[in-house]
Design a protein around this ligand. Structure first.
Ligand SMILES: [Zn+2]
Length: 273
């Protein structure tokens, strides 16, 4: 019975996630050009035709329209269904793996915090990759995600002041170092957006995990550079935004950070004996 409710919640969460995902597509398009996302109707960027609800239905519109605009038959970017499906699937992952699933028990304020952070990370990956900017609303959303997780612990009587202190130290743990490096190197490789992102991630994850997130982000970035360099054979543009890799590092840490930390500490302890 519990499995059935968990399955039902997972399906509902997936559908909810795709609806938020279609809103993320609007933000990916409008945030970088400073367009108000609340105003104006959705239009086809090719023929400017106003889109109605049946053109905008997450995932299904793309499938039934065969990936083409209903009015001018121009191909719709695969980004739209990918972001919708990804956001839906990752919401289900947050419910099952971060909040334990288990029917109604997994539906918590923390889950909402993880949802908000997940969507913000998706936005950063897409927007920073295309435009080399991290909009303020995205890192603020990750900070809010952390606040919701703390709020959940207060409401459930599991609040631990040490956890809050670890989060406050987390704000400075990576961002502070990046800020100093940035000042010494006068600009350098890290943008201000990267610093703000790691400050928010520090509160979201705590100081131990945000360090792991940064290392994982650097690892993802290095692999990305090596792969693109191999594919393009040295014909590389110098500027590669670091934000998407940091976002990937933060995302991986949400799921695997604690385990990595425990295994690393066990390894270190073993070496010292
Ligand atoms: Zn069109």
């Amino acid at each position: 019975m519990k499995d059935i409710t968990t399955l039902a919640f997972s399906i509902a969460i997936f559908i909810f996630g795709t609806i938020i995902g279609s809103f993320l597509n609007v933000l990916i398009y409008r945030l970088p050009i400073g367009m108000d996302f609340k105003k104006g109707k959705s239009i086809c960027p090719h023929c400017n035709h106003n889109l109605v609800w049946k053109d905008l239905f997450p995932l299904f519109s793309f499938i039934f329209l065969n990936g083409k605009c209903r009015y001018c038959k121009t191909k719709i970017s695969a980004q739209y269904p990918i972001v919708e499906a990804l956001n839906g699937a990752l919401y289900v992952c947050a419910y099952i793996f971060l909040c334990g699933g288990n029917g109604i028990k997994g539906i918590t304020i923390s889950m909402l915090g993880y949802f908000i952070a997940t969507s913000a990370l998706i936005l950063i990956i897409w927007i920073d990759f295309k435009h080399q900017i991290i909009p303020d609303s995205t890192w603020i959303a990750i900070f809010v995600g952390g606040v919701l997780i703390v709020l959940d612990s207060v409401i459930n009587g599991r609040f631990d002041v040490k956890d809050l202190i670890a989060r406050i130290i987390g704000i400075f743990a990576v961002a502070g170092v990046l800020l100093i490096i940035g000042m010494v190197s006068k600009g350098g490789a890290m943008g201000g957006g990267d610093v703000k992102l790691m400050a928010a991630a520090g509160f979201f994850l705590g100081w131990k995990l945000v360090i792991i997130a940064f290392l994982l982000g650097a690892l993802v970035g290095t692999i990305y550079l090596l792969v693109t360099r191999a594919v393009k054979k040295g014909n590389m543009k110098a500027q590669v935004p670091f934000g998407p890799h940091l976002a990937a590092g933060i995302f991986l840490t949400m799921y695997f950070g604690s385990r990595l930390l425990t295994e690393y500490m066990a390894f270190v302890t073993m070496q010292l004996q």
